[in-house]
Write a protein that binds this ligand. Structure first.
Ligand code: AMP
Length: 297
């Protein structure tokens, strides 16, 4: 595998997901899981996270397949983080049914010597204090990419601002961008977010695509048209993982967004990671070709 290695930290969970037509209980999920499967299809991933004693063997097999280094995958007595979500018919306004922190409640990641020297960091959605802890232990960082969620904008804004001040690439969806900046206009949101530190800000706008704010320029990228959405969970994390992998391969940020968007479109075609896991390189490349034609069009 060419390119530089990526350290990924985030949640590893067992998700219960309800859509209007189906339901899955305790399936593999979590922001770090989606990001690892997505990035691990093309890049050397080092996973940082924690699981409980109830974590299933199939989940371990997935991590062994997509992460080259599991020295920072801790297992502790107790329950794995678990989360439940329910989607309405139009997929908007997902309702959180429960969040059980389990072993995440007092998790303090301690990077192994090797992982302190990994140059690319993807701090997937998790409490900003854990993102900051991993960031500060890493001595050789060249590029820090971060993602977050509305919960931390509400409850840990100051810590989140601190993490953002260290980051090179910030990923937010359009609702989080509005919530964080208190601005309605995307260009204003981009400017406010860039002023906090990151040279590059990506605002993910769901079916409307993504906007990249880089220096004084703005690029727009569309979406691959998915005919049958099955479960949108993890799309943002798959996007981030795909973007991080392309950045670690030295690709441009627009190419990185194209890779992220292709993987996100695959993610939502199945429950949990199933469709992402199955996706062939041929299908990913086909979607990337389509997405390239949507650049600034
Ligand atoms: P997304 O659909 O991109 O928001 O990501 C969904 C994943 O985030 C699910 O697999 C959940 O396990 C995970 N998740 C939900 N709530 C949290 C939380 N508070 N902290 C970390 N991860 C979470």
């Amino acid at each position: 595998m060419s390119g530089k290695s990526i350290l990924i930290v985030g949640s590893i969970g067992l998700d219960t997901i309800e859509t209007i037509s189906d339901r899955r209980e305790s399936i593999l999920g979590g922001s770090a899981t989606y990001a690892t499967v997505s990035a691990g299809k093309s890049a050397d991933v080092h996973l940082v996270g924690i699981i409980g004693t109830d974590f299933p063997a199939e989940g371990m097999k997935i991590f062994e397949e997509y992460s080259q280094d599991l020295s920072n995958l801790d297992q502790k007595d107790g329950q794995t983080f678990s989360w439940g979500g329910r989607y309405p018919e139009d997929w908007d306004d997902r309702e959180t049914l429960f969040t059980e922190l389990g072993v995440f409640a007092d998790y303090e990641p301690k990077l192994t010597e090797k992982n302190k020297n990994i140059p690319f960091l993807f701090l997937a959605n998790i409490h900003p204090k854990l993102q900051l802890s991993v960031l500060q232990q890493n001595l050789k960082r060249e590029c820090v990419i971060i993602d977050t969620m509305n919960l931390w904008i509400d409850t840990a804004r100051k810590k989140l601002k601190e993490v953002i001040s260290y980051c090179d690439v910030l990923l937010l969806n359009e609702f989080e961008a509005e919530q964080f900046t208190r601005r309605k206009n995307h260009d204003d949101q981009g400017a406010v977010l860039q002023s906090l530190g990151p040279q590059q800000v990506v605002i993910k706008c769901g079916t409307k695509g993504a906007r990249l704010y880089s220096g004084h320029s703005v690029d727009t990228i569309g979406v691959f048209p998915v005919q049958n959405v099955v479960d949108p969970t993890g799309a943002g994390d798959a996007f981030g993982g795909g973007l991080a992998a392309a950045v670690a391969h030295g690709e441009s940020m627009t190419e990185a967004i194209i890779n992220g968007s292709a993987l996100a479109s695959l993610c939502i075609e199945g429950f949990g990671i199933e469709s992402l896991h199955r996706a062939s390189n041929e299908e990913i490349n086909h979607r990337k070709d389509y997405l390239r034609k949507t650049l600034n069009s």
